[in-house]
Design a protein around this ligand. Structure first.
Ligand code: HEC
Ligand SMILES: [Cu+2]
Length: 350
């Protein structure tokens, strides 16, 4: 009786742990709930190979059980030696052919999908984005559109978007699990792929190749909005005036401080190609600061004064004059009001 209770308790605990752990996955950061072309293809292949593997497991278990029962040592037959057989042609043929068929069932769709996903020949008729991986942030240059952004990439839902990817330093990997599979981003060659999101939403992306101390904080978001909303976003981004005076006096002071403290040597606002650091054109619309931190004034002030405490090894630390808390507060007011468009990550949720 006691033993049973222990077992029941163990099963209960295991179930509870599984339940709690399953809630750890972030929304739209999973390959198991595909909402994009590449992710759907990968998911179908995962299911296909799992079914084939389960079939093999079941077949082996059935044969194993039959043999175990049928040929077990029986009472009174301790010295019995069964008839010795070898070289059964039929059997040999069967268990050579079945695995070949199973492998073909997996291989044909896998190879087809691989070639399909690598086919970027249609890129001329679609949006092309030059993606640059940097230690530890992502830059997106909308080719031919005078739009540069960092960390947040807006795309129209249901449209193919072609990505031409290169790294400015070491090898990174662009991974947007809910929409598509991984692609290496190398310093010396350009890798291309396309993505297509089936549903509006904010999709989380990660760097999937160890690239330094802040590798795990190298996040980005892809924001899929309707075509109308995307067009609005493009218009807003193209009409940004980098010199526009902010409304509030504090933000105006912040703008002056931003210029005086050399921030512009690395950060562009508008479509300037400066990209030593993230482009800040739509910074006020971001939901995250430096990829992973909550976007609010307190965090931003801390970032401006001591970025190292939030992202170890980042390339901003120590490369600009020290700013006081008061100055950082003013700069923060300036940066937080940079909202060139009504289209924000919130727009993707309707
Ligand atoms: C030497 C170049 C350089 C200078 C100068 C510089 N930064 Fe940065 N900044 C960076 C880099 C690189 C990053 C990206 C860090 C990362 O995420 O790894 C960054 C990140 C940021 C971010 C977060 C951006 C985002 O996309 O979330 C803000 C805000 C910022 N810097 C503000 C400032 C301000 C304000 C100044 C001036 C006081 C400044 N920076 C000066 C290089 C610089
Ligand atoms: Cu990386």
């Amino acid at each position: 009786m006691k033993g049973w209770m222990g077992k029941i308790r163990a099963v209960f605990l295991l179930g509870l742990t599984a339940l709690v752990l399953s809630a750890c996955g972030k929304e739209n950061l999973t390959a198991l709930d595909p909402k994009g072309y590449g992710a759907q293809k990968s998911f179908d292949l995962i299911i296909l190979s799992t079914v084939v593997m389960l079939f093999v497991l079941a077949a082996v278990m059935v044969v194993y059980t039959i043999v175990l029962i049928k040929y077990r040592k029986k009472k009174g037959q301790e010295d019995y030696i069964p008839k010795q057989v070898e070289g059964n042609k039929t059997l040999e043929t069967i268990w050579t052919i079945i695995p070949i068929i199973l492998l073909l069932i997996i291989a044909v769709p896998t190879v087809t999908a691989t070639f399909d996903l690598a086919d970027t020949s249609g890129s001329d008729d679609h949006i092309n984005i030059q993606v640059t991986g940097n230690q530890y942030w992502w830059h997106f240059n909308y080719e031919g559109q005078e739009i540069q952004t960092s960390q947040d990439m807006y795309i129209p839902v249901g449209e193919k978007v072609y990505l031409n990817m290169k790294s400015a330093d070491v090898t990174h990997s662009f991974w947007l699990p809910t929409v598509t599979g991984k692609m290496d981003v190398n310093p010396d060659n350009e890798n291309t792929m396309y993505i297509e999101a089936y549903e509006e939403g904010v999709y989380w992306g990660k760097c999937a190749e160890f690239c330094g101390p802040a590798h795990s904080l190298m996040d980005f978001k892809v924001i899929a909005v309707s075509q109308d909303e995307f067009d609005q976003w493009v218009e807003g981004m193209q009409n940004v005036d980098p010199d526009a005076e902010p409304d509030s006096a504090v933000a105006q002071d912040g703008k002056a401080l931003f210029q005086e403290n050399n921030c512009m040597a690395c950060h562009a606002i508008g479509s300037s190609p400066v990209q030593v650091g993230p482009n800040l054109t739509d910074f006020g619309n971001r939901s995250k600061l430096a990829g992973t931190e909550e976007m609010n004034k307190e965090n931003l002030v801390q970032w401006i004064m001591d970025p190292e405490s939030m992202k170890p090894g980042n390339k901003m630390t120590g490369n600009y004059p020290e700013v006081s808390k008061d100055e950082a507060g003013k700069i923060a007011e300036y940066l937080l009001q940079l909202k060139p468009s009504e289209i924000t990550p919130e727009s993707a949720k309707d």
